[in-house]
Design a protein around this ligand. Structure first.
Ligand code: AMP
Length: 215
């Protein structure tokens, strides 16, 4: 099964994608994670993407389309995949249609997680992850049981994303409304868009998504 998760930054696309990945045995493809790996490795792509990401702007379409095109050819995508953070612009959505047509693939659903901007700013600016195991925490909504110690692996090292500050979050939301939101109607016209309420609790959102992907 091939799915897209749409939604503003902080809506919970990554969290839900990981749950779908386990439930359906398909792979999560996050273009944001791919780009952060490129930045960390110091590659040419990473050097080009770094400043754009840190200012909350989108990286060029051709860079991302090339990355996704080669990624979906890999063996671990044979059973299906969830696109998290891609497509994010009209040209990316059209390029994805062309890639799917070339590769004989079918897009089953586009699931849009709908959420309020102000709540997203609060969610994103408070979030951080364990450096060892990647578990996610939040200053207000999900603190570790013992202050400064990861519940899952006991590590005391945590990080925040460079772009998870209030100013950059506002720029990312602006990019979302201007460039990404319009592609929701593109998929609605194709009859494959489903919306879920991203302001609900994490488990309720998962339940709604499960109902969609199992229908
Ligand atoms: P994310 O982890 O999805 O929030 O993405 C982090 C940042 O990576 C975004 O703010 C963009 O700068 C960049 N990025 C990720 N995916 C895309 C995409 N599909 N198109 C353009 N830029 C992207």
């Amino acid at each position: 099964m091939k799915l897209i998760l749409l939604g503003p930054p902080g809506a919970g696309k990554g969290t839900q994608a990981k749950r779908i990945e386990e439930a359906l045995n398909i792979v999560q493809l996050s273009t944001g994670d791919m780009l952060r790996d490129e930045v960390a490795s110091g590659s040419e792509t990473g050097k080009k993407a770094k400043d754009l990401m840190e200012s909350g702007n989108l990286v060029p379409d051709d860079m991302i389309i090339g990355m996704i095109s080669s990624r979906i050819d890999r063996d671990d995508c044979k059973n299906g995949f969830i696109l998290d953070g891609f497509p994010r612009t009209g040209p990316q959505a059209k390029a994805l249609d062309e890639l799917f047509a070339e590769k004989g693939m079918t897009l089953r659903y586009v699931i849009e997680i709908v959420a309020d901007d102000e709540a997203m700013v609060e969610r994103i600016t408070g979030r951080y992850t364990c450096d060892e195991c990647g578990s996610g925490y939040h200053d207000k909504f999900q603190q570790p049981k013992v202050d400064g110690v990861c519940d899952k692996c006991g590590s005391t090292a945590f990080s925040r994303r460079a772009d998870d500050n209030a100013e950059t979050v506002r720029a990312r939301l602006k990019a979302y409304h201007e460039q990404t939101e319009p592609i929701s109607s593109y998929y609605s016209e194709k009859g494959i868009l489903r919306k879920v309420d991203g302001m609900a609790g994490i488990n309720d959102v998962t339940a709604e998504i499960n109902d969609i992907v199992r229908s």
